[in-house]
Design a protein around this ligand. Structure first.
Ligand code: C5P
Length: 201
């Protein structure tokens, strides 16, 4: 059986938690596609050329340490605007989506570009302020010393880059179900996502 759940949305909207919960509940494999762009971004910060780094990416690169830092996130959103980088990462994502047993992929363009035929498409979003609060907590819990204004500026800058780029901009697919988590706790958001997937699974 091939059953694909596409979960898109901006940074820190709750996509990661929701994707892991949906994958766990339905026994699906999960790919956080942001890690692909982060792994390329990390290589670029170390001096590599972006397109070359994308073409050479291996699954092992996705489990590298320190892909979750703000610097790597910024580098990721820059390399993600390069069409050749995106093109180099398409096959890996589509092959993952076709895994027997089904898969959840989360990112920015899964429902629109990578898996337009996905059985379920969710667009998980929240206000920039709420997302910045959540990201600030995550970063502090992870030992990063930062403040709300810095994180909010980072969120806004990545939003602008991700929605403004010409190739595969961040947007909800026409047939996506929008879950706005601004005023929801994470358990409610997860329950809503699972209810939507249950209708199709
Ligand atoms: O989701 P995450 O914050 O890890 O993604 C890092 C960056 O990678 C995003 O800001 C975005 O620019 C890029 N990205 C993308 N398409 C995806 C997943 C991530 O352009 N499917």
């Amino acid at each position: 059986m091939s059953f694909t759940v596409a979960i898109d949305g901006p940074a820190a909207a709750g996509k990661g938690t929701i994707s892991r919960a949906v994958a766990g509940r339905f026994g699906l494999a999960h790919l956080d596609t942001g890690l692909l762009y982060r792994a390329v971004g990390k290589r670029v910060l170390a001096g590599a050329a972006a397109i070359d780094a994308a073409r050479r990416l291996t699954p092992d690169d996705l489990s590298a340490d320190d892909l979750r830092t703000p610097d790597v996130a910024q580098a990721a959103s820059k390399v993600a605007a390069i069409p050749e980088v995106r093109a180099a990462l398409v096959d890996f994502q589509r092959a993952f989506a076709r895994r027997s047993g089904g898969a959840v992929l989360d990112g920015r363009d899964i429902g629109t570009v990578i898996c337009p035929e996905a059985e379920v498409k969710l667009f998980v979003t929240a206000s920039p302020e709420v997302r910045a609060e959540r990201r600030l907590k995550e970063l502090r819990d992870g030992g990063h010393d930062t403040d709300y204004e810095t994180v909010l500026a980072d969120v806004r800058q990545r939003d602008a880059r991700d929605t403004g780029r010409a190739d595969a901009p961040l947007r909800a697919a026409e047939d996506a179900i929008v879950i706005d988590t601004s005023a929801m706790d994470i358990d409610t958001a997860v329950a809503a996502a699972i209810a939507h997937v249950s209708r199709k699974y």
